[in-house]
Design a protein around this ligand. Structure first.
Ligand code: EPU
Length: 302
């Protein structure tokens, strides 16, 4: 979608919002898949309510983009614009056991920065790609930990009320890869309360998680992490593997040889290749086990 209206463009400039017309979203997703649309980059959180009023008044649909690491975006010209926060400086500030972090901050760098200041707990999240905001929205987790466990407070733009609010951790429900945030909420910043731990001990935890990940997940390949949620009491990766589906492909969309719940883009895969692969694999799993797999990856179809 292209914003051509001169009035909207001048309002965006007044709000100090950078417009990047016709951005290829494939450059902003870890899968390397996604069509094109206008990208709006926000420097000041306070301009969000005014921006969204402006977009609504002119009937311009929008979506919020985090780190693009758990996202499958459709091909072609997309019917909505994309809004993204620009990382503020500094992106992270410590105050005793509390870490005040921008939603745009990189999750991995946040874990290591806190570690260097003897704040632990999040070792399992090392290697989970993406931003802190994205991790928060999905309640990212790995190796027995999840980000929701450490949330003290979240600053969020609440679309339904059209304003920025501060929520306490207890007001948010964090479940398996799911939170009580509404679809139109945009994460702005979070305060994490982290347990004190000696740096060396945290490093050792990080090393173990890195090793586990390296031995079981495809690294350095374009993917969106796990495609499906694990069904209760089972592992989607194991179910798919047991059906011999590793290496199955539709075009360049391929079931990883390493971990069957990771689907990789081995070249020029399109979203439609990936959608077809997802449909094939879930149909085979349902036929064999009677289990309907649910997507873990977030899908933006046009
Ligand atoms: N397995 C296979 N074949 C495979 C993959 C896995 O047999 O191709 C077996 C493993 O050998 C193991 C079991 O299945 O016995 C579970 O596998 P793994 O430990 O890799 O964990 P998972 O359940 O597949 C979950 C999360 C991952 C997270 C890991 C580590 C989901 C959907 N997946 O995977 O998260 O990194 O645990 O904690 O919750 C993600 O959210 O995108 C993600 C990758």
């Amino acid at each position: 979608m292209h914003i051509t209206d001169a009035h909207i463009r001048s309002e965006l400039a007044k709000l100090e919002i950078e417009l990047r017309p016709g951005t290829a979203l494939s450059t902003l997703t870890s899968l390397g898949i996604g069509g094109s649309t206008d990208l709006l980059r926000i420097r000041r959180h306070e301009s969000l309510p005014a921006l969204l009023d402006l977009l609504d008044r002119h009937h311009v649909p929008h979506k919020f983009l985090g780190g693009g690491s758990n996202l499958l975006i459709d091909d072609g010209e997309l019917p909505w614009v994309v809004v993204q926060l620009v990382k503020p400086e500094p992106e992270l500030r410590l105050e005793g056991n509390l870490a005040h972090v921008s939603a745009a901050a990189d999750l991995g760098r946040t874990v290591t920065f806190c570690a260097r200041h003897n704040l632990g707990g999040m070792e399992g999240l090392i290697g989970v790609p993406g931003t802190v905001g994205g991790a928060l929205r999905m309640n990212a987790g790995a190796y027995g930990t999840q980000i929701g466990n450490y949330v003290r407070e979240v600053q969020v733009y609440r679309a339904a009320r059209r304003r920025i609010e501060i929520l306490r951790g207890e007001q948010i429900s964090f479940e398996y890869r799911h939170t009580s945030f509404a679809a139109g909420d945009m994460m702005l910043a979070v305060t994490l309360a982290l347990p004190s731990k000696p740096y060396q001990e945290i490093l050792e935890g990080i090393r173990i998680c890195n090793e586990k990940r390296r031995s079981s997940q495809p690294m350095g390949q374009k993917s969106a992490g796990c495609i499906f949620k694990n069904p209760p009491g089972a592992s989607a990766g194991r179910l798919i593997d047991e059906l011999g589906l590793k290496g199955r492909n539709v075009g360049d969309a391929r079931v990883s040889d390493r971990h069957a719940n990771f689907f990789v883009n081995s070249g020029q895969a399109s979203a439609s290749d990936m959608f077809r692969l997802i449909a094939q694999v879930s149909a085979e799993v349902e036929k064999a086990y009677g289990v309907k797999l649910e997507n873990e990856v977030v899908v933006w179809s046009s």
